[in-house]
Design a protein around this ligand. Structure first.
Ligand code: ADP
Length: 494
């Protein structure tokens, strides 16, 4: 990828964004808009529609009608597959435009966005396009005088609420399997990163997805998100975001139609380094990347570094050295390794975590401050805090920022106990040359995904889901399809 092509797009004016309802781009019912502020320089990039309750209700009604008349679910699998592949083609054709727009909106470094956003989204859509005609029903092993059939049906209207860190990648994790199984979807992008996802949704229409099958409404979570959560016409809610919002969604479901709710929430994932790690230098490099890329705004970020005491000081020094060499800055520069924090509010929250960590006895080894303030953007130095006890706030609470908490341990039992001492269970890693130890750690550390001698990078063939308060249900892989189907039994007397 060449920098000149990115630079040509970086200053382009961005037109105002509306909702996508029933195949048309429309403004909010009362005309209200929200400023979209870029975390790169604090400037207003454009506006997006500030959705009203009526907008969300209209979008849901459109999705419901599209589902009931089977304009999508009723098409042949081959026809649906073709549309989804065409959509992936269009995402790839617009990859640079989508990536740059997304970066200007959310601050992710472009090197990461190019890989993780349009590229990954297109691959996900293709994966589920290919899967959709390989999902069979079943015949039950009944007695000979009956026939038991198990049909797999689309659920109906899916409400998808998306966060701001990787809008295209995470959006595709929900949209791919939901649409592949014949559902209609109403999408609710995050307030601070909606533009590229709205554009990607528009491309689905261009690819031939019938109007109403995919609607997208922007606006405040507490307004349009709540209407979606409380709707009697949404059958499944799929969500990635904070635990607080996850709890609200469960409450909305309980207060309305008992819709299914799948939550991918936060984590406080342990990266456990044993003295017998095969390559400490590599471990240090990956540990730094595993927390600091995208300014730590990654749900599976390895935010707790548990280091065996015998190598603690040596290893922390290695991680600090890698960290201090990481380039923080202009997210649209290809050599930048750490982009902007998504918003000023998020940055203030990160800095408050550093204060708390110090007040609770932690030592800031590197970073800890805001940087590049002269740019007008929201940037933070990658931060390592050592001496963080397992019960400290920095060990217990998800920051969602570039802050690594370091805690020493002595034995395998210690490592497991500390690793499991949070309410979360999203991801983790163990670095060791001992095969038995590696498998024991994979078994004993409570997490949806465990890495061995690496961190991150698990592709679309494997599920991603949390245990404990990290959520339920999986994105990615064929297992994700289960969220978007109902099993129906046909019991036939022969
Ligand atoms: P974060 O703290 O990481 O921004 P949130 O959970 O607040 O995470 O946001 C993730 C998504 O949830 C966003 O799209 C946001 O608009 C949406 N959201 C926030 N509050 C609510 C709510 N009360 N009901 C439904 N959706 C919400």
């Amino acid at each position: 990828m060449d920098q000149a092509r990115i630079d040509a797009l970086r200053g382009q004016p961005v037109p105002p964004f509306g909702h996508l309802i029933d195949g048309k781009i429309v403004p909010a019912s009362d005309g209200a808009v929200m400023d979209v502020t870029s975390p790169l320089n604090g400037e207003v990039l454009t506006t997006s529609a500030r959705g009203t309750a009526l907008d969300m209700e209209t979008a849901i009604a459109s999705a419901r009608t599209a589902f009931e008349d089977r304009r999508w679910a009723g098409q042949s699998p081959a026809a649906r597959k073709k549309v989804l592949h065409k959509w992936a083609d269009l995402i790839e054709a617009h990859a640079l435009e989508l990536a740059v727009l997304g970066v200007r909106d959310n601050g992710t470094e472009i090197s990461m966005a190019l890989k993780a956003e349009p590229g990954s989204a297109a691959a996900t859509i293709r994966y589920y396009a290919e899967a959709l005609d390989k999902v069979y029903g079943e015949i039950a092993p009944t007695a000979g005088d009956v026939l038991g059939l198990i049909h797999k049906e689309p659920v109906g209207v899916v409400g998808a609420i998306i966060p701001w860190n990787f809008p295209l990648m995470i959006g595709a994790w929900k949209l791919g399997p939901a649409l592949a199984m014949g559902n209609s979807v109403v999408l609710k992008p995050a307030e601070t990163a909606s533009l590229s996802l709205m554009r990607m949704a528009e491309l689905a229409l261009e690819a031939g997805l019938p109007p109403g099958v995919l609607n997208a409404v922007t606006g405040e979570g507490a307004v349009v998100g709540e209407v979606m959560g409380l709707s009697m016409d949404v059958d499944v809610l799929v969500f990635t975001g904070s635990g607080g919002t996850g709890r609200r969604l469960l409450d909305y479901a309980a207060r309305s139609n008992l819709k299914r709710v799948y939550l991918e929430l936060g984590g406080k994932s342990p990266n456990v380094i044993f003295a017998d790690a095969p390559n400490l230098e590599e471990a240090a490099k990956v540990a730094a990347g595993g927390i600091f890329r995208n300014a730590g705004q990654v749900c599976v970020a390895g935010s707790r570094l548990l280091v065996q005491a015998s190598i603690h000081d040596e290893f922390v020094a290695m991680v600090a050295q890698v960290t201090e060499q990481m380039q923080v800055g202009d997210p649209l520069n290809l050599s930048t390794q750490i982009g902007a924090v998504n918003s000023e509010a998020q940055l203030a929250q990160n800095l408050a975590f550093v204060d708390t960590a110090q007040a609770e006895g932690g030592t800031v080894t590197t970073g800890g401050t805001r940087v590049l303030q002269e740019t007008g953007g929201s940037f933070m130095a990658p931060t390592i805090v050592t001496g963080v006890t397992p019960d400290a706030t920095l060990s217990q609470k998800e920051v969602f920022g570039p802050i690594l908490a370091v805690t020493p341990f002595e034995t395998d039992e210690d490592a497991v106990r500390i690793a499991n001492s949070t309410v979360y269970g999203l991801a983790g890693a163990v670095w060791t040359s001992n095969l038995g130890r590696a498998h024991r750690m994979v078994r004993d550390i409570r997490a949806g995904v465990m890495h061995v001698n690496t961190y991150g990078g698990a592709d679309g063939t494997v599920p991603l889901g949390g245990v404990g308060q990290s959520g339920n249900g999986s994105d990615k892989s064929l297992h994700a399809l289960d969220k978007y189907i109902n099993l129906k039994t046909a019991w036939i007397k022969l």
